[in-house]
Design a protein around this ligand. Structure first.
Ligand SMILES: [Zn+2]
Length: 67
């Protein structure tokens, strides 16, 4: 799905809405063999806050998430 500039989505961590262009997109498979995908959206900061600090993320997460 390509983002429509004005589209709103809901953060899967806090439940608040945000602009799709500002959201991180989580593509989720129930298991490795699944052909079905679920797409979730979130504030980047909320993803970074919740993921284990030992997990290295794409640099864009840190650029946009720092206070
Ligand atoms: Zn959030």
């Amino acid at each position: 799905m390509d983002g429509n500039l004005n589209e709103k989505v809901v953060c899967c961590f806090c439940g608040e809405s945000l602009n799709i262009m500002e959201a991180a997109v989580i593509i989720l498979k129930p298991n490795i063999d699944s052909d079905e995908l679920q797409q979730l959206f979130c504030h980047k900061i909320h993803f970074v806050e919740r993921i284990d600090k030992g997990i290295v993320l794409h640099p864009d997460f840190y650029e946009d998430s720092l206070p």
